[in-house]
Design a binder for this molecule. Structure first.
Ligand SMILES: Nc1ncnc2c1ncn2[C@@H]1O[C@H](COP(=O)(O)OP(=O)(O)OP(=O)(O)O)[C@@H](O)[C@H]1O
Ligand SMILES: [Mg+2]
Length: 353
C-alpha cells in the first residue's frame, strides 16, 4: 500500500514560501491533480514528493514510512516512484523498445524477465507496432506514450506526472487524458498529476487540489470543485464564473441592484460585502419579466455574440455590476435591450473570504 501524505509541507527559497504549509493525503490507487496557474508551486510540490527537493518544514510519508523531513530525505531512487518531467526526453538513438526497457536494464534485471515485461507494456500502451521505430519517427502523442510506458515498466508504487500532455495539440491532449486514466486504472498505482488545464483535471482526477500561491485553496472531487467553489479564486479559475458582490442582508440573502437574492453556500453575515459566484449558463435571461419573480434582477444588454449553438451576453444591472450570461442561440436581444435575469438560488454560491 502506498498512500502519499504531505503534512504541513513548506518549501522556502530565501524568504519566499513557494510551497506554504500544504497538507494532503492521497490514498493508495487514487489519481490526484494539482491544478493551478503558473508559478503556484505545482512542480515544486511534485519534486518534494519525488525527493529531488528537501522540505524547509513538515514531512512526507509514503504508507507508514517517513521519506522526507528537513533533516532527513530518502534519495529519489529509493522511493519506488516514477516521475515524468514537464519536458520528457526519450533517447533519440534507441528504438521505442530499447527506450522502454532502459530502467529495467539499469536495475540489472535478467533478459527473460525484461522481455516479458516489455511485451506486456507494449501491448497495454498499444505501442507494439511501433516497437522498432526511433523517437524521431513518432508523432508527439506516440512519444508521450513511450515516456509513459518507460515510467510504468518499473512498476512504481507512485507515478508523478508534471504536465505530461503540454507538448501535444488539442485533439491529442484530449485523447491522451483518457489514456492516462486508463493506464492508471489498469495498474492501480497512486498518481499525482500536475496541470494548469482545468478540463484535463476534470476528466482524469479522483481528487482535484486547486493551488494558489503555494497553498491548496480547495481540495475536492471534480463535481465539488465545479459546483461548490469555496473561494473567489477557485470560482474564477474553474469554469470562469461570474463573481458578483452585494451587501449581506441575512444568513442566506444579499442585495443586488435593489433585489433580494437568495443564495446557497457559505453563511452570509448581515451588513458585510459578500462575493457570490454564479456560472454564465446557469442564469436565465428573458426579454419579458418572468411570472415567478424570485431572485430576478432587471438588466441591460451591453453586448452579445452569436456562437453557433449558443449566445454569449454581457449584461449590466443597476449599480454597474456586469455579468456574463450564456443562452440558447435563438434568444436574440440587441445591445441596449432590456432583459430580466433569473438567478437560481441553489446556483448562487456565497464564497468564503
Ligand atoms: N530553485 C529555485 N529557486 C528559487 N525559486 C524557485 C526555485 N524553483 C522554483 N522557484 C520559484 O517557486 C515558484 C513556484 O515554482 P513552480 O515551478 O513550483 O511553479 P509551477 O506551479 O510548477 O508553475 P508552471 O505552471 O509555470 O510550471 C515560482 O515563483 C518559481 O520562480
Ligand atoms: Mg511547473
Amino acid at each position: 500500500m502506498a498512500s502519499v501524505e504531505l503534512r504541513n509541507l513548506t518549501k522556502r527559497y530565501g524568504s519566499n514560501a513557494v510551497v506554504d504549509d500544504v497538507s494532503l493525503t492521497v490514498e493508495h490507487g487514487k489519481l490526484v491533480c494539482l491544478l493551478g496557474p503558473s508559478g503556484c508551486g505545482k512542480t515544486t510540490t511534485l519534486r518534494l514528493i519525488a525527493g529531488f527537493v528537501e522540505p524547509s518544514e513538515g514531512e512526507i510519508r509514503v504508507g507508514d514510512r517517513v521519506v522526507s523531513t528537513p533533516a532527513n530525505s530518502l534519495p529519489p531512487e529509493k522511493r519506488n516512484m516514477s516521475m515524468i518531467f514537464q519536458s520528457y526526453a526519450l533517447w533519440p538513438h534507441m528504438t521505442v523498445a530499447e527506450n522502454i526497457v532502459y530502467g529495467l536494464k539499469l536495475r540489472k534485471m535478467d533478459r527473460e524477465t525484461i522481455a516479458k515485461k516489455r511485451e506486456a507494456i507494449l501491448a497495454t500502451t498499444k505501442l507494439a507496432p511501433l516497437a522498432q521505430r526511433y523517437p524521431g519517427e513518432l508523432s508527439g502523442g506516440q512519444q508521450q506514450r513511450v515516456a509513459l510506458a518507460r515510467a510504468l515498466i518499473v512498476e512504481p508504487e507512485t507515478l508523478l506526472l508534471d504536465e505530461p500532455l503540454s507538448n501535444l495539440d488539442a485533439n491529442l491532449r484530449e485523447e491522451m487524458r483518457f489514456e492516462v486514466r486508463r493506464l492508471h486504472d489498469a495498474y492501480r498505482y497512486t498518481t499525482v498529476y500536475v496541470t494548469h488545464d482545468q478540463s484535463e483535471a476534470m476528466t482524469t482526477a479522483d481528487l482535484i487540489c486547486v493551488m494558489n500561491a503555494g497553498k491548496i485553496e480547495q481540495a475536492g472531487s471534480p463535481e465539488e470543485i465545479y459546483d461548490r467553489p469555496r473561494s473567489e479564486f477557485v470560482a474564477r479559475f474553474i469554469g470562469s464564473s461570474n463573481v458578483i458582490k452585494g451587501k449581506g442582508l441575512d444568513q442566506s440573502h444579499i442585495s443586488l441592484a435593489d433585489a433580494r437574492i437568495r443564495c446557497a453556500g457559505a453563511p452570509i453575515t448581515a451588513g458585510a460585502e459578500t462575493a457570490v459566484s454564479v456560472r454564465p449558463h446557469e442564469i436565465r435571461l428573458s426579454s419579458t419579466p418572468p411570472q415567478q419573480a424570485d431572485n430576478v434582477v432587471p438588466a441591460t444588454v451591453i453586448r452579445q455574440v452569436f456562437l453557433g449553438n449558443s449566445r454569449d451576453y454581457m449584461v449590466e444591472v443597476k449599480g454597474g455590476t456586469q455579468l456574463r450570461v450564456v443562452t440558447a442561440a435563438d434568444v436574440a436581444i440587441p445591445p441596449g435591450g432590456a432583459v430580466w435575469l433569473q438567478l437560481p438560488p441553489e446556483r448562487c454560491r456565497a464564497l468564503v473570504g
